[in-house]
Design a binder for this molecule. Structure first.
Ligand code: ZN
Ligand code: ZN
Length: 271
């Protein structure tokens, strides 16, 4: 499997020289195996992925963790979706508060947006994912519900004997979430929400962030260590976190779990 980070930022996209080394696009991670492409979330990083492909037919599955705007805003700008010969499947876990197609349609209608969802002619099907394990081409996918406002799903993705766990937008709120440790057991790469410092989370630096739905870098390292993951990628960086802040996080997390790196835009990892 090859994992490429197209968007590593949380909440809202940022730009400027202080953020250039980490990247400013919101959540989007591409997973490739044997020519098949699985895209995790469609934040603004999805626009960059689409630009790299261009206006030509593509077959891919877009799998969503949840429908907050930093995870869907790139969809209307994904160039290959406008190609009539593209074959895109969009998948997400059904929610009572609105399913995937409704959420994508809502962000593409007046007065918010000039073009409707039907313009994405290459988006051929909208599929409910889970609640149990399922297969997408060569990928076996296991979803697990996590704590986050309006809900979120973490995914374990396995192919070719290797494994990735994608755990963005998850809050432990004290003790580490046992469901996530179990899901991550022995995985080759754990991509984990690391939006806050422990001080920020409890309110020793700015407002308390309890209940906002995110983790600290220390919790990310704790899950990786407890699950004996091969490597840890710190992910969903806060929009206020500049490159120096991300590097500080990275070093502190490495002291707890040595094979840690901060996810940075454009980085590819072979598993
Ligand atoms: Zn988010
Ligand atoms: Zn969220």
């Amino acid at each position: 499997m090859k994992v490429t980070f197209w968007g590593v930022r949380g909440s809202i996209a940022v730009s400027g020289p202080r953020f250039a080394a980490t990247g400013g696009n919101t959540t989007c991670v591409e997973v490739e195996h044997e020519g098949e492409r699985l895209v995790l979330d469609g934040g603004t990083g999805l626009r960059a992925l689409g630009e790299s492909i261009g206006f030509r037919p593509v077959r891919a599955t877009l799998l969503f963790t949840h429908l907050h705007w930093d995870h869907i805003q790139g969809v209307p700008f994904f160039t290959p979706a406008f190609h009539p010969d593209s074959d895109l499947t969009l998948m997400g876990v059904h929610r009572e508060t609105g399913d995937l197609r409704d959420a994508l349609s809502l962000q593409m209608r007046p007065p918010q947006f000039p073009v409707g969802l039907e313009a994405l002619v290459g988006a051929r099907r909208y599929v409910d994912a889970g609640p149990g394990p399922f297969e997408v081409g060569p990928f076996r996918v296991t979803p697990v519900e996590q704590d986050h406002p309006d809900g979120v799903v973490s995914y374990r993705i396995e192919a070719g004997g290797r494994s990735l766990v994608f755990a963005t937008d998850t809050e432990h709120g004290g003790a580490l979430d046992r469901r996530l440790i179990d899901l991550s057991e022995g995985c080759d790469l754990l991509v984990h929400d690391a939006q806050y410092t422990p001080d920020e989370y409890v309110g020793r630096a700015g407002p308390p962030r309890k209940g906002w739905g995110h983790s600290t870098w220390a919790e990310a390292a704790g899950v990786a260590r407890a699950a004996q993951a091969g490597r840890l990628a710190l992910f969903h960086h806060d929009p206020t976190r500049d490159d120096a802040g991300v590097a500080t996080f990275e070093a502190r997390a490495q002291a707890l779990f040595e094979p840690t790196f901060a996810a940075r835009e454009g980085l590819s990892v072979a598993l």
